[in-house]
Ligand binder design. Structure first.
Ligand SMILES: NC(=O)c1ccc[n+]([C@@H]2O[C@H](COP(=O)([O-])OP(=O)(O)OC[C@H]3O[C@@H](n4cnc5c(N)ncnc54)[C@H](O)[C@@H]3O)[C@@H](O)[C@H]2O)c1
Length: 332
């Protein structure tokens, strides 16, 4: 089986590539990634010695490059995206370009090349903020940010390719992932890496925004099931069992690293910050999925990974990152 993984040098894509290389020894995996600021060459260097792994540097917005990569592939797992909500507020255009036009290019190439499965990776953010209950796959889409709106748009285009052309599309919408290889601009690695360095932890608003956390390996096992057993044209939520407010996650990190709670600093809230996401994942559980990791244990593993791999994340925190950080959270 030949599988093309877009965005495989990013956070979830690289964890998924690792998961698949370990589990399916006879699959041939090709990562197609533009290596934007969100990627790190070190993340995929470890795969290079595996004879079943190939890397192509390419942009999903470049249709010719996409066609060359898609030719001869059996399945596509499409992670590549601009993924940071804050950046979609300060610069939305790249999100429309990559997440909407780029996804269209992937679908169109898959259709022309007769790909047998197209797994499109989406997010719980497309449902928007919900006060109570849990979002189900049939719920209306009510995205808030340019990021979540671009992802919702891509979901609809992907479904249209199933309905109109019969392209075998399946979609997953996962909740907030955490684990190794996540860029330090994102909430959990930002707080872990800054707490390691005894720097202030900028917490948006009152810190009571609730997220449904999932350890990245549990998401990968869900994606594996959907890729192999998911019904074409269907959407599957992949949510962790735990809902926690950001303030609790922040305190947990400070506590685990034996730092002072005074490091937590409340900062001006993100524009239109969604209050709560929660997913009902019973549809995927019916296919046999069961998350393996408990939140407390998984956050411990995650903190340990960043503590042991400072070379990986320090390289990503250069001058450009400091500029980005100041523009979002004020001075250091
Ligand atoms: N991180 C989460 O908690 C989460 C939750 C739900 C869904 N998702 C979705 O999962 C997918 C992966 O998220 P992530 O957190 O791993 O993102 P990430 O930002 O860590 O990685 C994205 C990867 O895509 C690549 N990329 C970006 N633009 C590209 C382009 N034009 N062409 C080719 N490659 C390009 C980047 O270089 C990077 O390697 C995204 O589609 C995201 O919307 C993420």
């Amino acid at each position: 089986m030949k599988v093309l993984i877009t965005g495989g040098a990013g956070f979830i894509g690289s964890n998924f590539t690792e998961y698949m290389l370990k589990k399916y020894k006879n699959y041939r995996l090709t990562v197609f990634d533009a290596m934007t600021y969100a990627s790190n060459p070190e993340t995929i260097n470890k795969f290079r010695k595996n004879k079943n792994f190939k890397f192509i540097k390419g942009d999903i917005c470049d249709f010719k490059a996409v066609m060359n990569a898609v030719k001869g592939q059996d399945m596509i797992v499409h992670f590549a995206a601009e993924s940071h909500v804050d950046r979609s507020i300060s610069g939305p255009e790249a999100f429309i370009e990559t997440n909407v036009k780029g996804t269209f290019n992937m679908l169109e190439a898959a259709r022309l090349c007769g790909v047998k499965k197209f797994l499109h990776i989406s997010t719980d953010e497309v449902y928007g903020s919900i006060k109570k209950g849990k979002s189900k796959e049939g719920d209306i889409l009510d995205p808030t940010s340019p990021y979540s709106s671009s992802k919702a748009s891509a979901d609809l285009i992907a479904l249209s390719y199933y309905k109109t052309f019969g392209l075998p599309v399946v979609i997953t919408r996962s909740s907030n992932n955490f684990g190794p290889y996540q860029h330090p601009e994102k909430f959990m690695p930002l707080f872990i890496t800054r707490a390691i360095e005894c720097e202030q932890l900028p917490l948006y608003g009152d810190g009571k925004n609730v997220r449904n956390w999932i350890y990245v390996e549990d998401n990968c096992s869900g994606l594996d099931i959907v890729l192999h057993k998911g019904k074409n044209g269907e959407i599957y939520n992949v949510g962790g069992d735990v809902e926690e407010p950001n303030i609790k996650v922040a305190k947990c990190i400070v506590d685990a690293l034996s730092r002072d709670m005074g490091l937590i600093k409340f900062v001006k809230d993100r524009l239109a910050h969604d209050r709560r996401y929660a997913l009902n994942s019973s549809k995927l559980k019916k296919l046999g999925w069961k998350p393996k990791y408990k939140f407390e244990a998984a956050i411990g593993l995650t903190i340990q990974w960043y503590a042991n791999n400072d070379k990986w994340w320090m390289g990503l925190k250069g001058k450009k990152f400091s500029k980005y950080y100041r523009s979002n959270y004020g001075k250091k």
